[in-house]
Design a protein around this ligand. Structure first.
Ligand SMILES: Cc1cc2nc3c(=O)[nH]c(=O)nc-3n(C[C@H](O)[C@H](O)[C@H](O)COP(=O)(O)OP(=O)(O)OC[C@H]3O[C@@H](n4cnc5c(N)ncnc54)[C@H](O)[C@@H]3O)c2cc1C
Length: 398
């Protein structure tokens, strides 16, 4: 089986790339394969997307203009399940109040389904239930061995190969493209729906290293009385024998949540910023596969679509994907990674978080709020850094 572009993974990154290519005059064949039997089910995600006005003041003009293009698709009325206006921030046990937070709860599976339907109607081929096992370069392009639920194993050949299959990508692993992430740059996140006595227009974020070490816990209202909930636990902590499910259940019990599904789903989120390479020759990585999740808040839907947009532009207009990524997305990702790394000692240790909160409630609250907005002012970053140095000095001299 042959195609010009083979996209492995039909999540936000892969499906949006297919859509972008067939909608913008790409002349070759585009094929998407995904290992899931049913399109994008089950969903393991908070499904929260920011409004464009929330992000506009924080990001570069070029990034904003791409974001607008992707939001035009992801925030279509038909996918919006609920409109959220405020964020309630809880630090350890301190409810520090609410802040403006115009965001949307979307039906992510419906979004993916619609993007893929539109891609197919414009000529793309989409195959579900097909898992890429390994890929290699074969001189003229690439070949991938796949397992098809219906037809056993066969090879797909492609001139251009795209890993959009989250982290770690089979394309990355097979072709040895990147150095990968350390455990400290990965989060295991849990996901479920739950009933709870929380407002319908208010998202709740709990920064409590006792409940979500190295990450945070969230309650996002769906507008129908249920909430998308979960906790993020850094991999190095989970791998040291601390089961994320135990943290999840502690969070559920402490915050009075009644889970809808018995089984709690889990998935890895890369929070180490963009990987050291974005591709090799004509094999590329997009979305979680390239590490495009915002390191401070785990938001990855928009960034995945933004990387797909940039690769689409590179393939259609003959531009260099790496230069586009370095110019548009990397500065923001690097800044947020720096902030996450400076904040790690607090995120990993409840007492350290408590101390920092008591010493400077305003700086901690402001920094966490800005980090949640996917960006950060240089002034806030500097204050936070100085605060950290001060806390270190105080704790070592006491
Ligand atoms: C619990 C949780 C909560 C989150 N909440 C939010 C949120 O509220 N807002 C937000 O913006 N982001 C959130 N994220 C992050 C977001 O879900 C991801 O960043 C985003 O989905 C990345 O898109 P993607 O297309 O790169 O990867 P994915 O969405 O993971 O899609 C990858 C696809 O590849 C397929 N695949 C994998 N391996 C293979 C293979 N070998 N062969 C074929 N197909 C394969 C998978 O089946 C999947 O469909 C959350 C993540 C988690 C885990």
């Amino acid at each position: 089986m042959d195609t010009d572009v083979l996209i492995i993974g039909g999540g936000p990154a892969g499906s949006y790339l297919a859509y972008y290519l067939v909608s913008n005059g790409f002349s070759g064949n585009v094929m998407v394969i995904d290992k899931k039997a049913v399109i994008y089910a089950p969903v393991i995600c908070g499904e929260l997307l920011p409004s464009e006005e929330l992000l506009k003041p924080w990001i570069s003009r070029e990034l904003y203009s791409i974001l607008l293009t992707t939001l035009r698709v992801s925030l279509r009325r038909e996918f919006i399940v609920n409109e959220i206006r405020e964020l309630r921030l809880v630090i350890n046990n301190h409810d520090v109040g609410t802040m403006p937070f115009r965001t949307y709860l979307i039906d992510k599976a419906a979004l993916i389904r619609r993007i893929l339907e539109e891609s197919v109607s414009k000529g793309a081929t989409v195959r579900f239930g097909v898992t890429a096992l390994r890929c290699s370069s074969d001189g003229q392009g690439y070949k991938c061995l796949v397992h098809d639920r219906q037809g056993g194993e066969y090879t797909i050949r492609a001139k251009v190969l795209v890993g959009a299959d989250a982290y770690p990508s089979v394309v990355d692993v097979s072709l040895n493209i990147t150095r990968g992430f350390d455990a400290t740059d990965l989060i295991i996140a849990t996901s479920n729906r739950a009933f709870g006595k929380y407002g319908e227009e208010e998202a709740v974020i709990v920064m409590d290293p006792g409940l979500a070490p190295g990450g945070f816990a969230w309650i996002f209202p769906r507008g129908d009385g249920t909430h998308n909930i979960g906790v993020g636990v850094r991999n190095n902590i989970a791998w040291a024998g601390n089961d994320p499910l135990t943290y999840h259940m502690a969070f559920v019990n402490k915050y009075g949540l009644k889970q809808v599904r018995k089984s709690v789903l889990m998935k890895t989120i890369p929070v180490g910023g963009l990987l050291d390479r974005y591709g090799i020759a004509k094999a590329y990585l997009i979305g979680d596969a390239v590490g495009s999740v915002i390191p401070t808040n785990g938001a990855g839907i928009n960034p995945a679509m933004i990387t797909a947009h940039m690769l689409g532009e590179a393939l259609i207009k003959g531009r260099d994907y790496a230069s586009l990524m370095n110019g548009v997305l990397k500065p923001l990702m690097d800044r947020m990674l720096l902030f996450r790394r400076i904040g790690d000692p607090l995120l990993m240790n409840r007492d350290a978080m408590e101390r920092a909160f008591r010493i400077s409630r305003r700086v901690i609250k402001g920094s966490i709020y800005e980090a949640t907005l996917s960006s950060m002012r240089l002034r806030t970053l500097t204050k936070f850094l100085l605060g950290q140095v001060l806390i270190k000095l105080i704790s070592t001299t006491l």
